[in-house]
Design a protein around this ligand. Sequence first.
Ligand SMILES: [Zn+2]
Length: 107
Amino acid sequence: MARLQRQLRELGPLHPGSITEQYNVCGQPGCRCKDPKKPQKHGPYYQLSFTWQGKGSTRFLRPAQVEPMRQKVANYKRLRELFNEWVALEIERERAEREKERRSGGN
Ligand SMILES: [Zn+2]
């Protein structure tokens, strides 16, 4: 339990969601993105999508924001893992306590 609490404290900045990479086609005639032989789409553009309290959001990320956001998203994933681990331990602890009470003749 102490280990989990320490790991949670040490997580650092976090953010829910996932980062996707996109390539776009523009409206300019004769642009390289519409080359009939070897089209080169524009991009990559990065966006962060996440749902929080039932509401979905999408935000574009500037190139400089991509790596820090990857770290935040990884930290959030780690938070969820630690949280689940903690809850599983609490449930197990509760179960074990009830078991002990029952064996010692309590009601
Ligand atoms: Zn284009």
